[in-house]
Design a protein around this ligand. Structure first.
Ligand code: PLP
Length: 307
């Protein structure tokens, strides 16, 4: 099924959305991106875009840091994305990739005196970590310091750091990397936040632990509290806790909620999916698929049915 893009202020077939080789962002990673999920609900024959506003709020705050000025509000970006999804007409889970980028066709390492533009495209995409449970390895690559590149914004260029970690992990036989902060505490996966279960409580690295403040992370914290009555401690997490916790899992828009079975060749719990992780996974999938009326506030329907 052909897909569409929104590029240079127009909708067009994805195959026609092409960028000039001199475009500044290609050379220096001067772009802010987002990853948003459209989740197909086969019973309701509806696609729900999950927490679209929060994704665009994060995109625009990243734009502020990178001095990217695009003439769109959060409402505009939501409208463009829903229209694009309608044009695409997919009836399966999709991944939406918006990008706000330095668009001037000119070389030069800087953020000032460059034009900016916004593009977006949609592709069908199932599981990102294509395993039931992930085997992880602690990376030798540290997460970026806030005074190098702030990790709480999704700057394209910072993802070279994540790519180093991911490739090292995969080449060492793991599914995903766990990165540490510059001072050696647990930070996050290469594209996911991390949670541990310790003595029936959830623990996750705090915002000051060089993490991207994930929208899935916030969702899981809320679901744990509302649905399971479990509080989350956001704090410094030591590497040793990875080996002694009872359960552990990754969260992210692409990776959903993926249980971790092993870290550095040590089993997490009994190496299966722990009971709290299983309950949270269930609550999470119900929420994102638009199957829990309590969380429809997070789900934007794409298709106008019978209206
Ligand atoms: C480095 C990193 N951490 C965490 C996440 C999870 O964030 P979210 O749940 O908002 O997708 C992502 C994915 O966007 C990421 O790239």
């Amino acid at each position: 099924m052909p897909s569409y893009a929104y590029f240079q202020k127009k909708f067009m077939p994805l195959a026609d959305a092409r960028m000039n080789v001199m475009t500044n962002c290609i050379h220096y990673g001067t772009a802010i991106f987002e990853g948003i999920r459209g989740n197909w609900n086969p019973e309701k024959k509806q696609m729900y875009i999950f927490r679209i506003r929060e994704h665009y709020e994060r995109l625009l705050s990243g734009c502020k840091v990178l001095l990217i000025d695009i003439p769109y509000t959060v409402d505009d970006l939501c409208r463009i994305t829903v229209e694009l999804a309608q044009k695409c007409g997919f009836e399966e889970d999709v991944y939406i990739r918006p990008l706000a980028y330095k668009s001037t066709e000119q070389l030069g390492v800087r953020l000032h005196n460059l034009d900016a533009d916004f593009l977006c495209f949609i592709i069908p995409w199932g599981r990102y970590l294509d395993v039931e449970t992930a085997k992880c390895g602690v990376s030798s690559w540290r997460r970026s310091d806030d005074n190098a590149i702030p990790p709480q914004i999704k700057v394209a260029g910072i993802y070279v750091n994540n790519a180093f970690a991911k490739t090292e992990a995969v080449k060492n036989g793991f599914d995903e990397a766990i990165m540490l902060t510059p001072d050696g505490h647990v930070s996050e996966g290469s594209g996911e936040n991390i949670f541990l279960v310790e003595d029936g409580k959830l623990v996750t690295p705090a915002c000051y632990s060089s993490i991207l403040s994930g929208i899935t992370r916030a969702t899981v914290i809320e679901l744990a509290k509302n649905e399971l009555g479990i509080e989350t401690e956001e704090r410094i997490v030591d590497r040793g806790e990875l080996y002694t916790c009872q359960e552990c899992f990754l969260t992210g828009t692409a990776a959903h909620l993926t249980p971790i079975s092993e870290i550095d060749h040590r089993k997490v719990g009994n190496g299966g999916i722990g009971p709290i992780t299983a309950k949270l996974q269930n609550a999470f999938f119900n929420a994102i698929k638009g199957n829990n009326p309590k969380y429809m506030k997070w789900c934007t329907p794409v298709y106008n049915k019978g209206m």
